[in-house]
Design a protein around this ligand. Sequence first.
Ligand code: SAM
Ligand code: SF4
Length: 314
Amino acid sequence: MKDRFERTIEYLRLSVTDLCNYRCIYCMNEDGIQKKTHSDILSIEELTEIVRAAHSLKIKKVRLTGGEPLLRRGILTLCENIKAIDPAIELSLTTNGSLLYDMAKPLKEAGVDRINLSLDTLGPNKFRKITRTGEIFDVMNGLKAAQLAGFEQIKINVVLMGGVNTDEIKDFAELTRYNDYSVRFIELMPMNVCKGWDKSRFVSNELVLSTLKDLQKIGGDGVSRLYRMNGCKGTIGLISPISQLFCYQCNRIRITADGFLKPCLHSEEEFPLRGLTGDDLTQAIKNGILAKPLKHNLDCFSTQTPRDMNRIGG
Ligand code: SAM
Ligand code: SF4
């Protein structure tokens, strides 16, 4: 359906858990988060009903995220349920890749169409520093398993942090030479944990353009600007929430793991969905869509949401 600003809202991002086995420095505190009880989190049935109601409002694309979605018990059932609502729903999942080695094939069989993998460095030691608990080999094996399972055009999300991984832009771009990956550089957003970081950490994606000389613009893909390096199989995407305001093209709503609809990633406003069914649930989602602001007020100093990224779903 259309929102108040004539944007067609057709993309639902569903956070299925706020727990994670990693503690990425820009996303979570070292001690992680306080574990919620099972009943504080939307059940697989509730998540399914939300997708059903959103689908009746012409939502066409659903992304499962978190926290780490592959930690969520029942994730495969949820994928199957979503595809049973309508096989045409484009179902994707964003993961840190740590559990993908075992899960890639079952996810494919359960109907997942696309996978986004988060990977902020190619160096094993730096990877341990950024994720605090992760091993890069698990993620690389997960990536290979996803390719073997038949996932194509896997998106590799790289959050750029000045002085941390900006020296790896060329190495990441090289991944696209022989693989059909889409490497997407994402500007770091000043969300809770990294809000107070030094300004030098927040780098513009223009750095990618000045570092990679032989990029050809090949268009846009939702909120990302797409490029290809000469002779390369894959693509390079730039997602620039800070330097290039893309709110005017925003087509998404988000649901938090504890059951709140967020019309905008950076606004405080939330609509409770728990306990609602049938027409009431559909109406609440409609209200959330109609509450989408024209744009966020995010700059290097402020986001209005009190939630961390792992509690919204990125
Ligand atoms: N755990 C999964 C993962 O890491 O892919 C899914 C959830 S994670 C919150 C989703 C995405 O949000 C990841 O690609 C992560 O890098 C990104 N993210 C988290 N905090 C961010 C921030 N402050 N700025 C930009 N991206 C962020
Ligand atoms: Fe976990 Fe993803 Fe946040 Fe890293 S970015 S701590 S993997 S939720």
